[in-house]
Write a protein that binds this ligand. Sequence first.
Ligand code: SF4
Length: 345
Amino acid sequence: MSLSIDEARRLFLEADDAELQALASEVRQRFHPPQQATYLIMSIINYTNICIAKCDYCSFYRLPHQRGTYQLSLEEISAKIATLTSFGGTLVAFNGGFNPKLRLSDYAELFATLHQRYPALTFFEMTVAEFMFSCKVSKLSYSHGAALLKQAGTQWVTGGGAEVLSESFRQRHSPGKYRVSDYYQAQSALIRAGIGSTATMVIGFDESLDERFAHLESLKNFQNEHHGALPSFLCWTYKPWNNALGGNEISLQEYLRWLAICRIYLTNFSTIRTSVLTRNEGAFAALTYGANDFDIPLEDEVTQKAGATISLDIASLLSSAENLGFTPLHRPPFKLPMSRDIPPQ
Ligand code: SF4
């Protein structure tokens, strides 16, 4: 079954929860054993909060001249990684602001050092959005920037900074960040250089249903054009505290229903991930709405500043999945897509 956008919209608006769960679970079972859920323990290290993009939904950034700016040193980053490994964590994701003083070569140098120091860990280095900005200030094309990271040993970036990939949403809330077509060009250049990436989405701002579906439609097309190169799709929810946009947090039920639609519509993604970071124990209910994978995060200042709370009681979190009848399995990192599988531009 492959749904049109109109059919997916009708389902979201009219189907009851039981129907959405049944349809999403049917698609999930094409890829995964029904009672299995996989996870990783990870940290998101926010190495600089200096940013000039001024997204109105952001609670994290400081402008370069403001008080409270920082850029972590190598030793500060290493201390955070030591905490992660003491909890059995295996994945470090980096996410920071659009810091105009940092060139892409600065990031590449840092990442190369970290690869040498921690060969057993997986690193998700930069978001696609940060990569775009860094290429701009470094006066590099996306393909040259991707080649520079590849040379430094970068294996993965994340598809972070995507929020809602709709031009009207971007103009309303973060006109200084990027244009949607540009985002996909950068993502494509990274994949073609042999660097893995992921797909993400954030809901619960003031986005319209049209804007949400524009995100899903363009993402599905991108994934088809790149022969399934993105191994996972993660959707989380906006936290409305301590920022200019404000508003109210969406309900858990709306999040679960939307994740079910993502699973049903994005049939070219095998892994759909639920967000423990923003929904805590509630996130595990998404395993019955089509999700099959989750992170257990130890820190992420970006969402914590906006109101997210993090539990370090990993056994208790996993028991939430077990109580729903799932067997959580700690998984290895995703396999990198083969760049030879990606058709030429
Ligand atoms: S969301 Fe990212 S790009 Fe936007 S202001 Fe915050 S740190 Fe900067």
